[in-house]
Design a protein around this ligand. Structure first.
Ligand code: ATP
Ligand code: MG
Length: 310
């Protein structure tokens, strides 16, 4: 990976243990040191190719899983980022799960339960389009959602958010200690660009399906969401599962940034194809010889007899 992209990856990371202020420290319109959109597109193509190669090894090695968490305000580009960044990978090794408002059955369990069920298996990439992080975001912004959660009353106090941060950190530590590598992206779109994209969804008939009136209602809570995000970053960006805040006002840049962080992470795993033992090598040689003999050997006698006319 180019040194400039390595530098970028570092810039986008929320430094574990340091307090950040989303508004001050992370600009949604940032485009790094990339000179032009064309330049970024070229680098994206190379990044997608690199990811395909990384995924092939991840799959073959069957030791690690890559678990990607995507969070964002509406219209930040989660769906299109997944579509573009994953366009080169083998579909057999990737699974995307979108988490919506929990069902009755899900509410009868602890909040991590439904997430556990969808975690990627070794060798695979699993993408959560929203996740348990909603439990300290939308649930915090809308207290009635917490009311629905059937928790014992004494566990619904103000300390619930701190407790959830700790539970999430422990959960992610458990995963990384078991070879499930955790990556977390926040697609950081500005309020102005969200508005622009919502208006496009309303004005362009082929984008109408993407728009929901509820999205505009959520937009009213923008500041409360930003506060919840800020606090979440400051509690859950850990050395084992750091957050990356991805500028999302320019989609072409968002994609390049995301693929670069993924490639950087896979690189750090020092993935390799499994080593073949001497016995396996001997077996491969034998199989090859057998097939070569087949081709050069005598023609097989025809076994199909002509039907006799009676
Ligand atoms: P998206 O908005 O992610 O692109 P979508 O528009 O297709 O997806 P929505 O119907 O908006 O689908 O579903 C996502 C909604 O579910 C979001 O508003 C989100 O806040 C909510 N949600 C997700 N997880 C939870 C949760 N644990 N508790 C409450 N609400 C949740
Ligand atoms: Mg939505």
């Amino acid at each position: 990976m180019a040194a400039s992209l390595e530098k970028l990856v570092n810039e986008l990371k929320v430094p574990p243990g340091r307090q950040i202020d989303l508004k001050v420290d992370f600009d949604p319109g940032y485009t790094g040191h990339i000179i032009s959109k064309e330049d970024a597109q070229e680098q994206l193509v190379a990044g997608i190719q690199e990811l395909a190669e990384g995924q092939d090894k991840l799959y073959a090695q069957d030791t690690y899983a890559l678990f990607i968490n995507l969070q964002a305000m509406d219209a930040a580009g989660k769906d299109s980022t997944i579509k573009h960044v994953m366009s080169g990978v083998n579909p057999q090794g990737v699974l995307v799960k979108s988490f919506k408002v929990p069902s009755e059955e899900e509410l009868d369990h602890d909040y991590l339960w439904r997430n556990f069920l969808e975690l990627p298996e070794r060798g695979n990439i699993g993408i959560f389009n929203r996740s348990y992080y909603e439990e300290v975001l939308v649930v915090r912004v809308h207290p009635d959602l917490l009311e629905r959660q059937k928790l014992p009353p004494r566990l619904k106090g103000h300390d619930i958010w701190e407790r959830r941060y700790e539970e999430i950190n422990n959960f992610e530590k458990y995963l990384t200690d078991n070879g499930i590598i955790v990556l977390k992206f926040f697609l950081n779109v500005s309020k102005e660009i969200q508005k622009k994209r919502f208006l496009e969804r309303i004005d362009q008939p082929d984008k109408n399906w993407k728009f929901s009136a509820a999205d505009v209602l959520e937009r009213r809570h923008w500041d409360a969401y930003m506060d919840a995000y800020n606090e979440m970053f400051n509690h859950t960006s850990t050395s084992w599962a750091p957050w990356y805040i991805i500028p999302a006002d320019h989609k072409w840049f968002t994609r390049l940034a995301v693929v670069s962080v993924i490639n950087h992470t896979l690189d750090g795993l020092k993935l390799a194809y499994p080593k073949v033992s001497p016995e396996q090598k001997a077996a491969l040689k034998k199989a090859k010889e057998e097939m070569e003999q087949e081709e050069s050997g005598p023609a097989q006698p025809a076994r199909i007899k002509k039907k006799r006319n009676r």
